[in-house]
Structures are given as structure tokens and as C-alpha cells.
Design a binder for this molecule. Sequence first.
Ligand code: UTP
Length: 291
Amino acid sequence: MKPVRKAVFPVGGMGTRFLPATKSMPKEMLPVVDKPLIQYAVEEARAAGIEEIIFVTGRGKTAIENHFDHSYELEDMLARKNKTEILDELMDLLPNEGSISYTRQQEALGLGHAIYCAKNIVGNEPFAILLADDLVRAKRPCLRQMLDIYEQKGGNIVAIEEVPKEKTSSYGILDVASQNGNVIEVQGLVEKPAPEDAPSNFSIIGRYILQPEVFTFLEKKKIGAGGEIQLTDAMAEMLGTIPFHGLLFEGERFDCGDKTGFILANLAFAMERGDMRDGIKEFLQTNKDLF
Ligand code: UTP
């Protein structure tokens, strides 16, 4: 079984749900407390053992490239002021030479299309995909949990969670062949089904481990739900030829592409911080009229 060394971060979406904030700033640069969403995702991948990072960007996304590069003036100022802790943190952000690549999705034609744009950089090996707007708070990084299952089962692995039946039309949903603890064998996939058509309430979150064969199906550029080229449709075509499992990961996922999810993520991550916890608690206790 080939190891998973590369991770693709599609960041080419338009982020329309966050306008006007995302008019000139990428959605993935929105901060949860003091770190942009994309940094959480990259840190998760690195903690899981990923060696190569591939960003699929678009126009107006250069802030992401700058975030993972030197900022000499800033670094010089921090050094002169002896702000070594934050300087070290910024230096940790820098990838090893040659371990980060960028390719552009010229048109936002959908997630499947964004992944297809990474075909030549990924090559013929399994790879991970992380959507930065799905932020996972977990003791063990979500992608690491998935790699543990991948090392046993191979094939394709998606991270999943249960959603209320009435919300299936917002997600990619699994058709379950069998369940063994937190691992589900998948026999079908449907993108955004109406509740009455949904085969289960297990929804795919933005974490995938896929075999390179997916590119053969993405190449067809089939238009799916919402008029977009859907990754779920290409994955569905691989069923029956490659083992396919869903992992009910341990942890909590915040949909930071959605305003409520984004605020909840900020609250949850801020409450973990010793310097913020008391202030937030006090605010919530003294402003009951807000609820
Ligand atoms: P979303 O469905 O959240 O779309 O994409 P979006 O454009 O980012 O945001 P809204 O819905 O307009 O507010 C899920 C993920 O897929 C990426 C996004 O960047 C995000 O990480 N994506 C989506 C692309 O890279 N390219 C696309 O064409 C579409």
C-alpha cells in the first residue's frame, strides 16, 4: 500500500456566504481567534505526517501564499523588539523548501474541478484533501485518525458525522453497506439529497483520502448538484472497484463556511484559551438579555 504523503487544499471557492468580508480577502484567511482557517488545516495535515502541501488557489488568493512565506519587515521588527515567542511561531509556519506547491483553478467550477486541477502535482499516488472551512477540534488530528484506518483498509476514506435527517440536502450522504464500530463500509454516495431520498444521515465532512484513480472520473467534468463538478460524483463512480470507508471521527467539526458555525468555532477555541476564557464567560453571564 502506497503511503499518503501529499495533501491538497482547495481554496478556489468564492466564499459568497461571507460577503462582503470575502470580497477582497480569501474565506480561508478568516481567523478563528488569532489564526486563519487555512493554518489550522495545514497544521492538522503536518501533525498527521503529510510531507507535501498543494494549494489549489484562484484569483484574489495571494494572501494565502504570503501567509506561508517570509515577511522580512515584520520579522525584523519582532526580532528588534525581542518578541521571540511570536517570531518563533511565525517561523514555524514556513514550509520546508519545495514542500509547498500552488496551482490555479481559473474558474470556480466546483470542488471536483478544483481537485482535478491538482492532478499533475499529485501524480500517481494516494493523497489527502482538507477543506479549511471545516475546522475539526479533536485530541488526535482528524486526518491522523483517518490515516490509521487507511493503513488497515486502503482505498478511499472519508471522515463522516451524523446530521439531522432534515439537513441532508446540504451534504454528501453515504449509503451504508455495513458498520463496524466507528468504521462504515460504503456502497453508495449521494450529493445533497432531499431528506426523503437520503440513504442515511451520515454526512461527509471536508476530509478525504483518495486513490489517484479519482482523476480519471474527474476528467469527465460531469456537472452535478448545483451545476458544479462534484467530487462526490467522481468518488461514487469508484465504488465497487476500490474499498471505500467512512470514519466517524472523534472530535467536533465546525462548518466555518457558514456564519453560525464560524462564530461557534471562535467561541469554542477561545474558551480553551486561558487569556480569554474568563472574559467571555463573564460577558455571557452578564448579558443574558442577548439570549
Ligand atoms: P463551498 O461549497 O463552501 O463554496 O466550497 P465556496 O465558494 O467556498 O463558498 P460559498 O458557498 O460561496 O460561501 C467548499 C470548499 O471547496 C473549495 C472552497 O474553497 C472550499 O474550501 N472550492 C469550491 C474550490 O476550491 N473551488 C470551487 O470551484 C468550489
